[in-house]
Design a protein around this ligand. Structure first.
Ligand code: LLP
Length: 420
């Protein structure tokens, strides 16, 4: 087998000697492949981010809530965030205990709130309206609030979650009304949280947000924790750049800030972060098959089975994912050329990579879409009545196991109720 453009998976020893063609033959195409060793390495990098004694990492499971991955993440000593009762449900199945789950919610119903209250799971509400709702449901309870520190960051406007143009968080000027609601329902505010956005590569905005959060924290006595949020970026263009987030420098800076704040507030205060993308993005590759190569006018299209139902990030955020090419036969690529890699969905916008320089590709080749472990399968859908891909895990010993079955065609009709 030839592996072209494959320096990234080579260097990471991603396939650990397994052949992507064999994986597709066994489990079908497209296929999400994860590597356990890489996942564990990433979890450990985050766990060691700060030397502050009461520091913990909550994995934001929205990035990937596959049961097996959650089990590994739990095994590495991380806690989790949830965004919905559904995430809480899976996290509990993965063995997380109630006190390891933090429900950072947005615009939830009373029933959804009650789901967490019944399980003794701490909530983080992000409006005075939701604080009021919590107070009526659980007077005297413990709660936390999400602050909008006014500083946002992110790789696309759709994922900037603080600042003026976002629905998230409680603004500093709303703190007096929060205090009134807390007092009215005798609520105990145990923590404050922020999440300024997704994917920063330079630490400045994150640290600025943390600074604002610390100033706001001083408005409250007896906080048990401060959660600084997620957003830690990874390099999606490893084939062409070396741009990585300097985790060590960020960690040193955070540790200094944690120590200083604790010294003047409460030496026992806990600090948390809630990354989603960082631990899981690089442990995942989405494999697909090239079914048609064609020209339309001057443009060369590489037609694959990776439609935006399988990976929506390029379509939704113009996100870049590096692409590797795998070939069974010995046909040689004579050149590198600009091609547009597309999927099998009936929309012109179904583009995985536009005008991308790749080695000459032939029908029957496979593509490996890199860094697909975060916001990949979790955002997949059955659009065009396509089946969501299976997920497999390459264990540390090199064995490959199925961790989620591909949808079946029968499932597509399961929830319909016929009127005939
Ligand atoms: N905490 C909260 C409250 C969040 O809303 C998020 C992500 C995170 C933590 C984790 O952020 P991360 O560390 O993964 O950046 N679908 C988009 C990303 C959306 C992120 C939404 N919030 C993408 O594919 O880029």
């Amino acid at each position: 087998m030839q592996m072209l453009n494959a320096s990234v998976t080579d260097k990471a020893n991603f396939y650990q000697g397994l052949n992507p063609y064999d994986l597709i033959e066994t489990y079908g195409s497209p296929l999400y492949v994860y590597n356990e060793r890489i996942l564990k390495e990433k979890c450990n990098q985050l766990k060691n981010l700060s030397t502050y004694k009461n520091f913990s990492v909550h994995f934001s499971a929205k990035a990937n809530s596959n049961l097996a991955l959650l089990q590994i993440i739990r095994g590495q000593g991380l806690c989790v965030d949830a965004m919905s009762p559904g995430e809480i449900y899976i996290e509990q199945k993965a063995g997380f205990t109630n006190d390891q789950i933090f429900f950072v919610c947005n615009n939830i119903s009373a029933e959804e709130m009650q789901y967490a209250i019944d399980r003794d799971i701490l909530l983080c509400v992000d409006s005075t309206a939701q604080l009021e709702q919590y107070g009526s449901l659980n007077p005297g309870g413990a709660v936390s609030i999400r602050i909008n520190p006014g500083v946002g960051a992110g790789h696309h406007e759709k994922v900037v979650t603080a600042g003026k143009n976002t629905k998230f968080g409680i603004l500093p000027e709303q703190i007096p009304s929060c205090k009134e609601i807390l007092a009215k329902h005798q609520l105990r505010l145990v923590g404050i949280n922020q999440h300024i956005g997704s994917l920063f590569m330079e630490p400045e905005a994150y640290l600025a947000g943390v600074n604002v959060l610390f100033d706001i924290a001083r408005h409250f006595d007896n906080l048990e924790f401060i959660d600084c949020g997620g957003g830690f970026g990874i390099n999606y263009q490893k084939q062409t750049t070396d741009n990585t987030l300097d985790l060590a420098a960020l960690g040193d800076e955070l540790t200094k800030m944690f120590e200083q704040f604790a010294a003047t507030y409460n030496p026992k205060i806990k600090f948390k972060i809630e990354p989603g993308r960082f631990p899981v993005a690089e442990c995942g590759v989405l494999l697909g098959t090239v079914h048609a190569v064609k020209y339309n006018a001057d443009k060369k299209y590489i037609g694959t089975d990776i439609g935006f139902n399988a990976l929506v990030r390029p379509v939704m955020y113009d996100a870049h994912h590096d692409i590797e090419v795998y070939r069974k036969g010995d046909q040689r690529s004579e050149k590198t050329e600009a091609v547009t890699v597309v999927g099998n969905i009936c929309e012109s916008g179904d583009i995985l990579a536009k005008d991308r320089m790749l080695p000459e590709i032939f029908e029957g080749d496979m593509v490996g879409v890199l860094d697909a472990g975060a916001y990949g399968h979790v955002m997949s859908s059955n659009y065009n009545n396509r089946l969501r891909p299976a997920e497999v895990l390459i264990r540390e010993n090199g064995e490959c196991v199925l961790i989620r079955k591909r949808d079946t065609i029968e499932q597509l009709a399961e929830n319909f109720i016929s009127i005939e």
